[in-house]
Design a protein around this ligand. Structure first.
Ligand code: ZN
Length: 153
């Protein structure tokens, strides 16, 4: 990222304190800040960085939820884990199973909390739905004319 300077330190300071998120303020107030983002390369770069950070966090935490669900599903349906624990490590089968399930549930709960925090504390949901809408529009534009004709019917 190139080192740039904010063109308006006061507005830049306010935006920085909001993590460059203006989705929560009223549309009339937003106009001035949008104007600043359009004029100031520094702030618009920071905004992009923070929104991609939010999106990354949201994706990572939802992946964590998915992996813990997967781990629990594996524990429920596959028994070789128990055999390995019993034969290789000499652990008690029931104890090991309960330990792994508890770890899986704890991880699932923890990652669900993390995901909820990310989704409530950051503008990631609106940012991600914005990206999704943009992609849908792009895909629709690329559709062959025949399919487009079908859709408009
Ligand atoms: Zn600025």
């Amino acid at each position: 990222m190139a080192r740039t300077e904010c063109t308006d330190r006061v507005v830049g300071g306010i935006l920085a304190s909001w993590r460059y998120d203006i989705s929560g303020i009223s549309p009339e107030m937003r106009k001035d800040y949008e104007q600043h983002f359009a004029e100031c390369a520094h702030c618009s770069a920071r905004q992009k960085f923070h929104r991609s950070l939010d999106a990354t966090l949201a994706v990572l935490t939802s992946l964590a939820v998915f992996f813990f669900l997967f781990a629990l599903a594996v524990l429920k349906h596959i028994r070789p884990v128990e055999h390995m624990a019993f034969n290789v490590f000499g652990l008690d089968v029931a104890d090991t199973y309960h330990m792994l399930v508890s770890a899986g549930i704890a991880g699932l709960v923890f990652s669900l909390i993390a995901l909820a925090l990310v989704l409530t504390a950051t503008p990631a949901p609106s940012y991600l739905s914005g990206i999704t809408a943009e992609h849908a529009k792009l895909i629709e534009e690329r559709l062959p004319a025949r399919i487009k004709a079908l859709r408009s019917r």
